[in-house]
Design a protein around this ligand. Sequence first.
Ligand SMILES: NC(=O)c1ccc[n+]([C@@H]2O[C@H](COP(=O)([O-])OP(=O)(O)OC[C@H]3O[C@@H](n4cnc5c(N)ncnc54)[C@H](OP(=O)(O)O)[C@@H]3O)[C@@H](O)[C@H]2O)c1
Length: 349
Amino acid sequence: MTRIPVTVLGATGVVGQRFVRRLANHPLFELCQLAASERSSGKRYDEACEWRLGGEPYAGFGASLLAPCEPEKALSPIVFSALDAGPARDIEPAFAAAGALVFSNASAFRMEADVPLIVPELNAAHLVLIKTQKARRGWKGAIVCNPNCTTTVALGALGPLYRAFGMELAMLTSMQAISGAGYPGVSALDILGNVIPFIRGEEEKVEEETRKILGTLRNQAIEPAGFAISAQCNRVSVADGHTLCISARLGGAPEPDDVMQALLDFVPDSAAYALHSAPHAFLELRGEADRPQPRHDVESGGGMTLQIGRIRACPVLGAKLVVLGHNAERGAAGGSILNAELAVAGGYL
Ligand SMILES: NC(=O)c1ccc[n+]([C@@H]2O[C@H](COP(=O)([O-])OP(=O)(O)OC[C@H]3O[C@@H](n4cnc5c(N)ncnc54)[C@H](OP(=O)(O)O)[C@@H]3O)[C@@H](O)[C@H]2O)c1
């Protein structure tokens, strides 16, 4: 089978490198173009950045020349964007207008009404917004987003529980890894032995995006889910993996055993099943009193499986638990590639 040519924008960064490693031997996609900023374009990949992942250095692409993030120089039918929101605001629409399906990790377009914001296991049907977007904007291609990494992790618990019981409100406190801030990100002097109780824009993203993803598709638009959600986001001295403590008031006030059973019984949207990057399980339950922990559990399912533990009664809201997920894999590169596989399987290319 001929593989589909793909480009990675922002290939030198934390997420970009994970894209390159995941795409190096992908059965459906052939990585043809690596692109980054003006600082890097024209350089060899191994000159422009330090490879910070395990496995083969630069995933075998060290000698590839970096292109600028311009459709004239780096267009492919599928484009993965690991750009920051600022540059993404101009660059992603340029690629979409030129005909690419752009799978974006940036926050720039996530909340636009005609942009699908997708976690395949939860809302595969929202991908149909691609058609609305193309018609409305007159683009040959389109932008498809995956959520903010903390939103993705929260959805590992909130998605299945909302589906099983309905939800009145949820409150969460995050402990977010340093790699979530990109490279070089937070300075060592600021984060070592410290907790930073502020991540700009993060709490608003979690609150809005969660309700969009769990919302209902009506008349080619998403009606956000009706529950209230409050997030408090913190940066902690962990390399990879966001840990979230969540309390929720669920419909019917289920006991902890019922909450656990609902999570065990969760069936992902069928469209997500056969995708190459889908993990063995969307979520796994931990029985130990002190798990999940980022150091031990974040790589489960190649960083694509969310881990849930400490399910217990909450004296204030009814139910509480801990969920952990890999910010740069499930929350970024892996999630984005899964979205592209879903779009191809759905005939959107
Ligand atoms: N890190 C995570 O865990 C995570 C999780 C979910 C979502 N995200 C989102 O993913 C995106 C990338 O994050 P990251 O952590 O990988 O950031 P990063 O490590 O700072 O990498 C940013 C990338 O964007 C490129 N870039 C910067 N300015 C540019 C410009 N003006 N034009 C073209 N390219 C430019 C950089 O290229 P140069 O090397 O040439 O400067 C680099 O390749 C962000 O939108 C972030 O919010 C990140």
